[in-house]
Ligand binder design. Structure first.
Ligand code: SF4
Ligand code: SF4
Ligand code: SF4
Length: 324
């Protein structure tokens, strides 16, 4: 996208100097009627790890995550934060900009012996998403359905969404996006990518591609309240555990498992299976504290907007002079 397109997007988003998103304001799903919310119940006991959902999601990422420029611009100040997954775009053993759904697999010791657990992991689609509230350019957005997505024409990969996400879900790809046309090396590092809950598909009340592809009915899609009731019923029937009803204020992805999630988390930790792109299942209190610390950063966000706008004026002035 050219600079002009980026700035048009800013204008269309109602953003500009002094008009950046307000921290603490209700996000679209919070402001909407809960009847509009959609959710997925993920039945961990039914998942066989066949990978059909991962393959279905790849169709989506292939159409949405571009090839980076070569060479990728080097950061001119601070730490070099470039991140390039293009050569590793076929990797499916973790979340990457090119892999939005990952099968987290571990062996758990139960009273009946060892069991292999498969947990499809992706953005949990928080109902009160800090990535949306704290994105300095308003690039992280939410639909009334609860789908959290990225307006890629606005994202310049500063990584705020990664920092504030309790599970560090978004993944950075450098060498793509509008920063290339603004001040590559000075402002931004690329774009962050993650599962968008197939936001356009679920807006028509159709299930996300990964849910539709599951041949073992391990995933269920529907109105949020119905999915919460279903998850509770499934958990009651098998005296199981739930993850997603309370986490980070509630998410649109709700996991049900007969094995407690704290046991799965412990097994993942013991087996060294939690690392960047391989998210934990930890409670999110710690991340909310971090979010509070980040308020200072967000209050400084208008400065980022001012810097971008100032830069645009300078560069437009420079190009006009040279076009004359
Ligand atoms: S899981 Fe992380 S990236 Fe996804 S909506 Fe929640 S805070 Fe945002
Ligand atoms: S909801 Fe859509 S984008 Fe998200 S993991 Fe499933 S197929 Fe991929
Ligand atoms: S398609 Fe269904 S059974 Fe297969 S890995 Fe995905 S959720 Fe599990």
């Amino acid at each position: 996208m050219e600079r002009r397109g980026f700035l048009k997007s800013l204008a269309g988003a109602g953003l500009g100097l002094g008009m950046l998103p307000a921290w603490g304001a209700a996000t679209p799903a919070q402001a909407a009627d809960a009847d509009a919310w959609r959710a997925v119940v993920m039945d961990v006991d039914a998942c066989t790890g066949c990978g059909a959902c991962v393959r279905a999601c790849h169709e989506r990422t292939a159409a949405r995550v571009p090839r980076p420029v070569s060479p990728i611009p080097v950061s001119r100040w601070g730490r070099d934060r470039r991140s390039d997954w293009w050569e590793r775009r076929q990797l499916t053993d973790r979340l990457t900009p090119y892999n939005w759904l990952y099968l987290q697999t571990c062996t758990v010791q139960t009273a009946r012996g060892e069991r292999q657990v498969f947990m499809p992991r992706r953005c949990l689609q928080c109902l009160n998403p800090p990535c949306v509230s704290l994105c300095p350019l308003g690039a992280a957005r939410q639909r009334v359905t609860g789908a959290v997505y990225t307006e890629t024409s606005l994202c310049f990969g500063d990584g705020q969404c990664v920092a504030v996400c309790p599970w560090h879900i978004p993944r950075l790809q450098s060498g793509v996006g509008p920063y290339l046309h603004l001040a590559p090396g000075y402002l931004g590092y690329g774009q962050t990518f993650k599962c968008d809950f197939c936001e356009d598909i679920i807006a028509g009340d159709r299930p996300p591609l990964c849910v539709a592809a599951c041949p073992h009915q391990a995933q269920h899609f529907g109105p949020y309240r119905e999915m919460v009731a279903l998850a509770r019923q499934m958990a009651d029937e098998r005296r199981g555990d739930l993850f997603g009803l309370r986490e980070n204020g509630g998410t649109c992805l709700i996991y049900v498992s007969s094995i407690p999630f704290r046991d799965i988390e412990a097994a993942l930790l013991r087996q060294g299976l939690i690392s960047p792109g391989r998210p934990s299942l930890r409670p999110v209190g710690a991340s909310l504290e971090r979010e509070n610390r980040l308020v200072g950063t967000v209050l400084a966000a208008p400065l980022a907007g001012a810097a971008l706008a100032g830069l645009r004026l300078l560069r437009d002035h420079w190009s006009e002079k040279h076009e004359d």
